[in-house]
Design a binder for this molecule. Structure first.
Ligand code: ATP
Ligand code: MG
Length: 323
């Protein structure tokens, strides 16, 4: 009872189906305001907006969320997490803002995947129309595929196209040593996504199940997966939650079903690499020698090809300076 509330008012805020729990959430909100517990007040207000959404009051839910997102001039997203850092020190280190504008046009993608990404972006651009008709844009995405093929880049591109900030989740800061700690941190993480219009990027989500790596903790791992499933199912992110994985096959199939859409990225085709290499050469105004070009064309990923081009350009530049 850390915030001084009666125990019966500590139910999960997003499970507001009955009038009773709605009443309790209102009492909790008033109590939080009276005790100036702004984190708790924000949680209750977010839950009330989510409950209105669930009842089909989409316009009201959207208005409530917009009001909640109005920050006083000095407040930033950072404040949301750092303010409570004495109570919950993990939050200040669990996410970091990524500032790397990435237009979707800079991501090399097969037509089908590009269309898929554009459809998601369009849903978010026109979400008011969807809300007005009782629908939501797709908000929980999983992108899986081999390393260096653009999964994280695509998540950044969605954010850039929608003008949203990207917050990357540090999973090692989420996984806790004590029973239940990971689940409560996950709840807090998703509450953040409910309060903040952003792209929350959970890179290598499979690590959530593996990082503890101790078979004795298998029960806790199951609980973590269940918590993650519950968050994916019940949370109402204002923007998007994008998870990435190299090994989606190891993810629980019940967890996979909780994502609105799953994109499978593949290693680049030879045609894809050919145009990527030409594009990079043109952009940098360099001409690759045949050997470098051949090695770049044999890459397993765009990231590998980029490394080969970077190294060659570095060597050429330094050779020029030194001669
Ligand atoms: N499809 C792509 N189009 C253009 N550039 C790409 C693409 N894929 C990768 N790159 C380049 O490689 C870098 C690394 O890619 P990214 O981090 O998106 O890979 P990833 O699929 O998330 O890999 P990992 O599984 O290792 O996290 C990007 O910042 C970009 O410079
Ligand atoms: Mg990545």
């Amino acid at each position: 009872m850390a915030d001084g509330l009666p125990n019966n008012l500590h139910s999960q805020p997003h499970q507001l189906e009955s009038t009773m729990s709605h009443k309790q959430e209102l009492i909790r909100l008033f109590h939080s305001i009276a005790t100036t517990n702004w984190d708790a007040a924000k949680k209750s207000a977010t839950a009330i907006a989510a409950a209105e959404e669930e009842r089909g009051h989409h316009v009201l839910a959207s208005q409530l969320r917009s009001s909640l997102a109005t920050h006083p001039p000095s407040a930033t997203h950072g404040d949301l997490f750092s303010k409570s850092s004495t109570e919950r020190p993990f939050t200040s280190t669990a996410i970091s803002a990524l500032n790397a504008p990435t237009p979707l046009s800079s991501v090399f993608l097969p037509r089908k995947l590009r269309d898929g990404m554009e459809a998601i972006i369009s849903e978010h651009r026109h979400k008011d129309i969807l809300f007005a008709n009782g629908l939501n844009p797709r908000r929980h995405l999983l992108i899986h595929g081999p390393p260096g093929c653009g999964k994280s880049m695509a998540a950044r591109a969605i954010a850039t196209e929608l003008g949203l900030p990207v917050y990357v989740v540090r999973l090692d800061a989420i996984v806790g040593a004590y029973l239940g700690q990971t689940a409560s941190r996950l709840r807090e993480l998703f509450s953040f996504a409910e309060a903040s219009n952003c792209v929350l990027l959970i890179d290598e989500i499979d690590a959530l199940g593996r990082s503890r790596g101790d078979l004795r903790d298998i029960g806790e791992l199951d609980r973590v997966t269940i918590s993650l499933m519950q968050e994916l199912e019940h949370s109402n992110p204002r923007g998007l939650v994008v998870a990435t994985s190299n090994v989606a096959s190891t993810l629980d199939s019940a967890l996979l079903r909780r994502f609105d859409t799953i994109f499978e990225f593949k290693s680049p085709s030879r045609e894809g690499l050919t145009s990527f290499i030409s594009h990079e050469s043109l952009k940098r105004d360099i001409k690759l020698n045949p050997n470098t070009r051949r090695r770049a064309l044999q890459s397993k990923s765009y990231a590998d090809a980029l490394r080969i081009i970077d190294n060659t350009q570095r060597e050429t530049l330094l050779r020029k300076v030194q001669s």
